[in-house]
Design a binder for this molecule. Structure first.
Ligand code: FES
Length: 119
């Protein structure tokens, strides 16, 4: 269940960048565009000291925090280097030029079908 989808950004916002920080209903959300054109959304604040993860580096499905190097899987939000706390992933999908996000928690046991890739 994705819950209500909220317009968070535009696909055209990512023409020259692969990551963007947005604030939705008071929550800091990172939106990441994968090389295949699909999008992922997750909490935007690092679990270590709350640095903005969108200032970090994204490579091979991993975002690396620019402050102290903790690393997170952008698919699951799991911390894979540095700590043990995971980031909350959010379901997202594309409709036309709009990127829509649900702030409902993504069921970690659900298949990756919670995410709808951009084609
Ligand atoms: S604030 Fe992100 S690793 Fe320290």
């Amino acid at each position: 269940m994705q819950g209500k989808m909220i317009k968070a950004a535009k696909v055209s916002d990512f023409e020259n960048r692969c990551v963007r920080s947005v604030r939705i209903l008071g929550r800091h959300v990172a939106i990441i565009k994968n090389p295949d054109g699909s999008f992922r959304a997750m909490e935007g604040g690092c679990k270590h000291q709350n640095a903005d993860l969108t200032t970090g580096k994204v490579s091979n499905g991993i975002v690396t925090c620019s402050w102290h190097g903790w690393q997170y899987d952008i698919e699951s939000g799991a911390c894979v280097q540095g700590g043990s706390a995971s980031l909350r992933p959010y379901a997202c999908r594309v409709e036309g030029d709009d990127i829509l996000i649900s702030l409902q928690p993504v069921d970690p046991d659900a298949s990756s079908s919670s995410f709808v890739p951009f084609e």
